[in-house]
Ligand binder design. Structure first.
Ligand code: ASP
Length: 575
């Protein structure tokens, strides 16, 4: 049987007159009495069918999501829809066949849906029929191909590493898998292939990569999943600068290929500068927040409004002077959310031709405004928000403000500005209150900076690591480090993390042994593929980029996992 001569997205004006066979799911039915219009959809697009009443009369049960096959002729459409590729034609149907009926779908399967997240997750296969999800999966496929092409062209080879391993200390809890054969023993699922990629370098592989699933048993959030995908990379004979240079080139390549955006050179700052300047290790450079002393700008007695205020807080959103009032008000709403006093917020559109318009004209003179603009280094094309405060703001409040604005900008769909930033020299160790000892900031295989090793005994918290994170628009996209390839230093770090000689031997004996065989200097990085996609598309929710994601509580509502095991199975596993 021939299901189709064409798909639902490929016919257009030049096909008028052709006889065709099409198959697709019914998206919409409009009954105009003598004529009935039905839109059918498949992976490729959507097309309008026209039925005479006679043809359809035996099919009164037709409904949404029925899969039908039609024979018909391509004809010109009267009222054209230029938004879709098939919008200038329609199919005059001569034969209709139902390939498979459908029960009533639980939500509207169109770009805009009425389905809430839980319902869409339960019927994910229906959700995938919708363009927004389908297109994200296509994008994911495209980016994976580009990643593989780029890395292979640059000498990386993709090598698979095992999934049933031992615990890898990446700072989270591991998932465990009971072993049937080795009664009472467990495998762990990798939090990352960290040690395997290091062992590959010791095995003489020069450059490795892998697009791999990793597993971390932690609470899910909108930007976190218990199983997620990493673009995991490692290189031999490199130092920090070479890694930063190469992976900046990599990320620029991806943005150019996928979004046709040429990224500017990445900013690079140390962890300690990031904390002092922005109060966070993931600053969003799409906007700048500055606090200025009001006395430097405004003659206080000029207006009553300024009498009790002491500081001006200015938020400069880069390159957004073209924003509509709706967009401006959604940013104002997010600023208000952070509850930095209850202030009136003024906005200034500083246009590319250096003219500006602003709200609340009565309160500002143009001269004052020019002074403010000059003082926060804003550029023509920027959008400013200004408000006044009685006291200097605490870091916590400013941080909340930063997060709220970041989230808001991510939700503004047409926001196509990307500000990548390397954070380098992160701490090697951090104090853990709960365990009352130092723990690795990154992971225990990260190399300290040579010049800081002497601090190990007295000031372990002050040691800087040869590590780096890549932040784009306030989201951590990736991170990595130069690894320890010297057995003595590795042992020393393990010791400072509180591991006894016996524990080092039992947990990491294989690594220490491998380091004894002329291990090369090496380093690497891992990027979160799901997060990279969500940042590229300006969205906060990584679930939209995963075919079958878990819910926020780590469940797969569709297949109902996790689930209980039968007593018999538990016995077999000795649990
Ligand atoms: N394994 C590290 C992680 O998953 C990345 C790296 O150091 O390459 O965060």
């Amino acid at each position: 049987m021939l299901y189709r001569t064409h798909n639902c997205g490929e016919l257009c004006k030049k096909d008028i007159g052709k006889k065709v066979v099409l198959s697709g799911w019914i998206q919409k039915i409009r009954n105009l009495g003598s004529l009935i219009f039905i839109d059918i959809r498949d992976y490729f697009g959507i097309i309008q069918l026209v039925f005479s009443k006679n043809l359809i009369q035996n099919h009164f049960d037709l409904g949404k999501e029925f899969l039908i096959k039609v024979n018909g002729k391509v004809v010109k459409k009267k009222s054209k829809n230029y938004n879709i590729s098939t919008g200038e034609i329609e199919i005059l149907v001569s034969k209709l066949e139902i390939l498979n009926p459908s029960i009533l779908p639980p939500f509207i399967i169109e770009d805009k849906t009425d389905g809430d997240e839980e319902c869409r997750m339960k019927y994910r296969y229906l959700d995938i029929r919708r363009n927004p999800i389908k297109n994200n999966l296509i994008l994911r496929h495209k980016i994976s191909i580009e990643i593989r092409n780029f890395l292979s062209k640059n000498g990386f080879i993709e090598i698979e590493t095992p999934l049933l391993i031992n615990h890898t200390p990446e700072g989270a809890r591991s998932f465990v898998v009971p072993s049937r054969i080795h009664s009472g023993k467990f495998y762990s699922l990798p939090q990352s292939p960290q040690l395997f990629k290091q062992l590959l370098m010791i095995g003489g592989i020069d450059k490795y990569f892998q697009i791999i699933k990793c597993f971390r048993d932690e609470d899910s959030r909108s930007d976190r999943q218990i199983e997620f995908t990493q673009i995991d990379c490692e290189m031999s004979f490199v130092e920090v600068n070479e890694i930063l240079l190469f992976f900046e080139y990599f990320i620029k390549y991806i943005f150019k290929k996928i979004k046709n955006i040429q990224l500017e050179p990445f900013t690079c700052i140390t962890y300690s500068d990031a904390m002092t300047k922005y109060g966070t290790e993931t600053p969003d450079l799409r906007f700048i927040i500055k606090i200025l002393d009001i006395n430097n700008f405004i003659q206080k007695n000029e207006f009553e409004y300024f009498q009790k205020k002491k500081f001006i807080i200015v938020i400069n959103v880069l390159k957004c002077s073209h924003y509509t009032y709706d967009q401006i008000y959604s940013i104002i709403k997010s600023i208000k959310q952070s509850k930095i006093e209850d202030q009136e917020i003024f906005w200034v559109k500083f246009f590319p031709d250096k003219t500006f318009i602003y709200s609340k004209k009565k309160l500002f003179t143009r001269e004052n405004l020019v002074k403010i603009i000059n003082n926060i280094d804003s550029n023509p094309g920027d959008l400013l928000f200004i408000f006044f405060s009685k006291k200097i703001q605490t870091k916590i409040k400013l941080n909340k403000l930063r997060i709220d604005i970041s989230n808001c900008l991510n939700n503004l769909k047409n926001y196509q500005i990307f500000k990548p930033l390397w954070i380098i020299d992160l701490p090697l160790l951090e104090w853990n209150e709960k365990f009352q000892r130092y723990r690795s900031f990154h992971h225990p295989f990260t190399s300290p900076k040579k010049e800081d090793i002497h601090l190990l005994e007295k000031f372990p918290g002050n040691i800087r690591a040869k590590s780096y994170d890549l932040i784009i628009n306030g989201v951590e996209i990736g991170g990595g480090s130069i690894r320890i390839h010297d057995k003595k230093i590795q042992n020393l770090i393990f010791k400072h993390l509180g591991l006894s000689i016996k524990e080092i031997k039992s947990e990491f004996g294989f690594l220490i042994k491998a380091l004894e065989y002329g291990a090369p200097p090496h380093g690497g990085i891992a990027f979160g593929l799901d997060r990279l996609l969500s940042v590229l598309e300006g969205k906060g929710n990584i679930k939209d980029f995963i075919a079958f994601p878990k819910s926020n509580s780590g469940k797969d509502i569709m297949v109902n996992s996790p689930s209980f095991l039968k007593e018999k199975k538990l016995k077999e596993l000795n649990i």
